[in-house]
Design a protein. Structure first.
Length: 288
């Protein structure tokens, strides 16, 4: 049902994703660093999830304080409610910025539509928080009650849809989290060295796992081919100075250890130990 509700938004959301991408590209390197900050590349997982915890927890506390005051007549909670809502609002601004930054790199279709619906609903609920905060700062705590409660109800719906897109689509989840495979102790030949051109990305299979090899002279780097962000094929990516860039959304990984140089990926890429023996490239590491 959520997908049906979100579908009519597809045209607008595709346009919006393109616009956000164009803005980040126009900002150049500062834009890339801002995107890394907001995606949570530096944190090791989504920054949005962290900020949303503050928003939901803070809003719940404010509603609780308001109900104590309005329904049960408990006095002296006004200042606490204002301060907690101010914190909630600040975290909410960060959650909106990080959320729409994550959104621009969604797969078009149901995933993007549902993420967009989540963002729009939460933006509406957040406006209720803003109006409530304004009333509190004006010294009108009673006028702040209903906008807060309505905003909280709307945000709860948005949060449910946010959970839906994570649990159903694996949105912003490490794509390599569940298929670590067996970690064989022995090295296994995956390709003759002669078939691995120097300075290019070559896809091979290790068991049934796709792996990208990058040869630099006598050194061969091996990373899992499936990008940790959303599953893009790294073997079709661009090679840089010790890095490979995913062709789908531009995450940059270090060849040496799979570390994330730039997002939107936040999880390091699986790597394999390599050696050359009898003219063969051999790998050791987790594979299916
Ligand atoms: S799939 Fe998104 S950056 Fe690789």
């Amino acid at each position: 049902m959520i997908e049906r509700v979100a579908k009519p938004l597809a045209g607008f959301l595709n346009w919006l994703a393109g616009l956000l991408d164009a803005i980040y590209r126009a900002l150049g390197r500062p834009g890339k660093l801002l995107q890394d900050l907001l995606n949570g590349t530096w944190l090791g997982h989504s920054l949005h999830a962290v900020l949303v915890d503050v928003v939901v927890g803070g809003a719940t506390a404010v509603v609780f304080l308001d109900v104590l005051r309005v329904v049960f007549g408990v006095t002296g909670t006004e200042d606490a409610g204002t301060w907690v809502l101010a914190l909630t609002y600040a975290a909410g601004v960060g959650a909106i910025l990080s959320g729409w930054t994550d959104f621009k790199d969604t797969a078009s279709g149901n995933e993007r539509n549902v993420v967009g619906l989540h963002g729009i609903i939460n933006a509406v609920g957040f406006a209720g928080f803003g109006f409530s905060l304004f009333q509190r700062l004006q010294g009108n705590p009673d006028a702040a009650f209903w906008p807060m409660l309505i905003g909280y109800a709307i945000i709860s719906v948005g949060a449910y849809i946010g959970g839906h897109v994570v649990f159903k689509y694996g949105y912003m989840v490490n794509r390599n989290a569940f298929n670590r495979g067996k970690r064989a102790k022995e090295f296994t030949a995956v390709a003759p060295l002669a078939d691995v051109p120097d300075g290019a990305a070559t896809q091979v299979t290790f068991g049934t796992t796709k792996v990208v090899l990058v040869r630099r002279g006598d050194v061969v780097h091996a990373l899992k081919d499936t990008c940790s962000h959303a599953g893009g094929p790294l073997s079709q990516g661009e090679l840089g100075d010790g890095t490979i860039t995913c062709p789908w959304h531009g995450s940059v990984f270090r060849l040496r250890d799979g570390g994330v140089v730039h997002g939107p990926a936040a999880s390091r890429q699986v790597t394999y130990r390599t050696r050359i023996a009898d003219g063969q490239v051999e790998l050791q590491g987790p594979h299916d």
